[in-house]
Design a protein around this ligand. Sequence first.
Ligand SMILES: NC(=O)c1ccc[n+]([C@@H]2O[C@H](COP(=O)([O-])OP(=O)(O)OC[C@H]3O[C@@H](n4cnc5c(N)ncnc54)[C@H](O)[C@@H]3O)[C@@H](O)[C@H]2O)c1
Length: 237
Amino acid sequence: MAGRLTGRSALVTGAGSGIGAATARRLAADGARVFSVDMAGAVDRHADVTSPGINAELVAEAVARHGGLDIVVPCAGISAFHPLEGHDDAYFDKVMAVNVTAVFRLIRDAVPALKLSPHGRIITIGSTMARFGDAGLVAYGASKHAVLGLTRSAACELGPWGITVNCLQPGAIETPMTEPAFTQMPEFRSYFEKKAALGRLGQPDDIADVIAFLASDDARFMSGQGFFVDGGAMQRQ
Ligand SMILES: NC(=O)c1ccc[n+]([C@@H]2O[C@H](COP(=O)([O-])OP(=O)(O)OC[C@H]3O[C@@H](n4cnc5c(N)ncnc54)[C@H](O)[C@@H]3O)[C@@H](O)[C@H]2O)c1
């Protein structure tokens, strides 16, 4: 469906890798002008989304480049296994800073520009971890629950301006984030393959395609929702 986002301006963080990179490509393929941001990788702007004031700067830059802002996808995220016993405060705080606080700040700072758009869209990236738990992922699990809560309340608040806010909740996707675990622990990989009704891990494009749908006019009456895109992993819990 090339062209369904023609004329729209999008800001994607975490666009240097994995799901964010696939999302930037897919939105562009649908016609959007994409402002891609990451700490690393081939993007329009290198930035650490946790830096104070950076998210307002990024919004201003997207607006200046593309004459407005219609679609915001805060995709930057981090995850690593840390057992609860001995879990240090600093790592917990860091996960919350990237996965939650930076998402909150970007959404907040984008609101004035999104209010000027006739089809404002915010698509946050949660996780199936907002439904299930997993050993070693206390901080990550807490952060993804928080993103869903943030999404729902923002949707209530921004609905009067026609802005939709939804949370895409991926299952196990093969990206640089998960690659070490899937490579070093084959049993971890086969656990997720077996858990999914579709019998495989997801690819970044499996998520990016749904994000593009949520960004489109076809999803205009959907807001405040969390959507699991996990190959049917819920069916085998
Ligand atoms: N891969 C999965 O199985 C999976 C499952 C559920 C949710 N997610 C979520 O999807 C999103 C993308 O993850 P991915 O799997 O593509 O991982 P990834 O590691 O491939 O990409 C994440 C990107 O975020 C960037 N980033 C991290 N911290 C940053 C910061 N402070 N400032 C700017 N950029 C920063 C990294 O440089 C990286 O390019 C994350 O929010 C992640 O939690 C991933």
